[in-house]
Design a protein. Structure first.
Lengths: 338, 346
């Protein structure tokens, strides 16, 4: 009860901050808050939103996936080369292939975490370099340029529908599907349970390891989808695309209130966290601040968000013992009051 | 399922006889690493005729000396149960600070002071957030990694700082034989300043971790921070000092690297945090905290340096080498787990 009220408050707060930012920016640049520009910002942030939702699934289970951007680079390169070599392959098949390759790469992470028991941060730090290295091996370091890819491959995500390109609609679709999975299915419950309290989840009959595995597969699948979207959006595939983007996905989650300790967070939070970064990224050039500021600003925002999250997590009362050790009498009184 | 704490009660068998020190040494991670290092050394000298040239080998040490100096501090930090992903970003910020100071005409001693000071400040900031306020170090240092490198990016933009004073170049490029007191024995002329710094810091950190009460406390904290606190160990203060040390060593590496490159861009040392953590974990330090040794990390640094150098002599591109680094990282963590499980089932 208490928790859900704080969470609701948090998402409202984040939404209000984003609206305030948009209002402030539109004072400086009147064209900023037009529906057209806002749709453009949403479209520009779509890939981050989709990746953040995959990252969220993993973080909910008390893990982290640092390989999403490398996965994106590899799958993007793979489908771009497929498209360049065999222009006859229909687009749905290519998108399916991208998601399948992404899922396999995600499953490799999940396998290492589930079956072998490697800590997730180490496993995905390793695959981060391996996947990007494999993208180099696959392409031989060469670029796949706009002229080599078919127009259907490049232009489909740009087709506007009701003022929003299909790229943006894809993000909306993914948000809807993920929201249903997280809030209305057993797998969604298992995600929250295995991060919130793995021991209790085990006694409730949830296979925590398997849940983690499928969280990584989900994250990989979405990264694969984004591999296609990224290459189509920027009309070029090379080894270093989206370098460092994995940190943006973690940042979006942290800003959105997804606890890195697992088990806490909402789909709306992750989406708003991504949008927050998207609005700032798009606003900086508008208000004449060099894009070189973006990295420092997102770093600062991450730290502030972690501070904010910590206050929230502390309410769970896990630290009673430590507080009691420091000052026995008052802590005992507090315990009685609670 | 092995990660589940309550899955199976741990059974500790008491062995019939205690292993002798010699047997323990033979079966240790360090001796395995030493064997690997020797094997790679031989493989390299067979693969390329240029490998055994002393000047070449001296050059090869630059592959690991700077990273290893940070890895020593990172070892202590990881043993205590924390991690610092911002080390490479600290290098970028410290190097930018030194570059800015060089533009203003400061001399080499002042530049070194500024580099170390910037490292210390960054370490203190991490320490404040993690040890003082109690935030999780992984997320905090992902944030400060963005922040520190972001500040370097704001200052530098797409430009580069150069024009360091001539005597500043010695830290990253100089040989010890430039000093009058250095003995002129055969073979000693190829020893660089960085090699000596690497060895000195290895000894300092080795003594600190393995021979002082402070070192024992780090293990105690990593194994059970609660129990450590109840035994009167100042957990937070110790962790704060460890973040300070890591920042300081990043400053030292920044001095060496900037001096070696002679210029500063905002992308300096990009991705190093990964290689430094790989080096630490390869050295036998448990990523979950509580165990590890400086000797292992020294050997791991040499192994990684030899592998990189050998592959470089064979014209393998850097990004393909990173596949080996990634595989190495996963294998060295997976192997002990798999071996332990096989042993338990037999």
């Amino acid at each position: 009860m208490m928790m859900s009220r704080i969470l609701k408050y948090r998402e409202l707060l984040l939404g209000a901050i984003i609206l305030a930012l948009i209002a402030a920016f539109s004072l400086r640049a009147p064209g900023f808050a037009t529906p057209r520009n806002l749709a453009g910002i949403f479209n520009d942030t779509s890939i981050l939103i989709i990746l953040a939702l995959g990252q969220m699934a993993v973080i909910l289970t008390k893990s982290i996936d640092l390989s999403v951007a490398a996965n994106l680079a590899f799958t993007g390169m793979a489908v771009a080369m497929l498209n360049a070599a065999y222009p006859g392959i229909p687009l749905p098949l290519l998108i399916g292939a991208a998601m399948a390759i992404g899922a396999v790469l995600g499953a490799v992470n999940g396998f290492m975490v589930w079956i072998i028991g490697i800590p997730p941060i180490v496993a995905t730090l390793g695959t981060l370099t391996i996947y990007r290295g494999l993208a180099f091996v696959l392409s031989g370091g060469a670029w796949v340029n706009q002229t080599q890819m078919t127009s259907a491959f490049l232009d489909t995500p740009r087709i506007p529908l009701l003022g929003l390109p299909l790229n943006g609609w894809t993000a909306l679709l993914v948000i809807a599907v993920i929201a249903v999975i997280f809030m209305r299915t057993g797998f969604g419950r298992a995600l929250y349970a295995s991060g919130g309290n793995p021991t209790a989840a085990l006694y409730a009959g949830i296979d925590v390891g398997r849940t983690r595995f499928f969280a990584f597969v989900l994250s990989g699948t979405l990264a694969g989808l984004c591999g296609y979207l990224w290459v189509a959006r920027y009309a070029v595939a090379y080894v270093d695309i989206a370098a460092g983007f994995e940190l943006d996905t973690v940042a979006a989650c942290v800003i959105g209130g997804i606890s890195t300790l697992g088990g806490i967070g909402s789909v709306a939070g992750a989406v708003l966290g991504a949008l927050f970064l998207g609005v700032i990224k798009n606003a900086l050039p508008v208000i004449d601040i060099s894009p070189f500021w973006q990295m420092a600003i997102s770093g600062l925002v991450i730290i502030i968000a972690v501070l904010f999250n910590a206050r929230q997590e502390r309410r769970k009362g896990r630290l009673i013992l430590r507080d009691a050790a420091r000052s026995p009498a008052p802590a005992a009184a507090e315990g009685a009051a609670a | 399922m092995s990660t589940m704490p309550l899955d199976k009660p741990t059974v500790r068998r008491i062995p019939d006889k205690l292993s002798t020190p010699a047997a323990r040494l033979l079966g240790s991670w360090e001796s395995l690493l030493a064997a690997v290092a020797i094997a790679i050394f031989f493989a390299n000298s067979l693969a390329s005729p240029h490998f055994l040239d002393p000047w070449n080998l001296s050059d090869a040490t630059y592959n690991f000396t700077e990273k290893a100096m940070i890895a020593f501090a990172m070892t202590l930090l990881i043993i205590s149960g924390e991690i610092d992903l911002s080390v490479a970003a600290i290098i970028a910020l410290a190097s930018t600070a030194m570059g800015a100071a060089a533009q203003m005409g400061f001399g080499a001693p002042a530049l070194v002071g500024i580099g170390l000071g910037a490292g210390l400040l960054c370490g203190a900031f991490n320490g404040l957030l993690v040890a003082r306020i109690g935030l999780p170090s992984i997320v905090v240092t992902i944030g400060t990694m963005s922040l520190f490198r972001g500040i370097a990016q704001i200052v530098l933009g797409d430009k580069a700082y150069g024009g360091y004073p001539a005597d500043f170049a010695w830290f990253g490029q100089g040989y010890m034989s430039d000093l009058s007191w250095w003995p002129s024995w055969p073979g000693f002329e190829v020893v660089t300043f960085e090699m000596v710094a690497f060895l000195v810091f290895a000894i300092l950190f080795g003594v600190l971790l393995h021979m002082t009460a402070f070192g024992r406390r780090i293990y105690a904290i990593g194994n059970n921070a609660f129990a450590a606190e109840f035994s009167g160990i100042p957990v937070r203060r110790t962790k704060f000092v460890l973040f300070l040390l890591t920042g300081l060593m990043s400053g030292v590496a920044a001095v060496c690297l900037t001096s070696r490159l002679g210029s500063t861009r905002h992308s300096i040392a990009a991705g190093w945090e990964l290689e430094i953590i790989t080096m630490t974990v390869l050295g036998g330090v448990s990523i979950l905290g509580g165990s590890g040794s400086i000797g292992g990390v020294v050997l791991a640094a040499v192994v990684m340096g030899l592998v990189t150098f050998g592959l470089g002599l064979l014209n393998v591109p850097g990004i393909v080498m990173s596949i080996f680094t990634g595989l190495l990282l996963i294998l060295v963590i997976a192997l002990p787990i798999v071996v332990r499980r096989l042993r338990a089932s037999s």
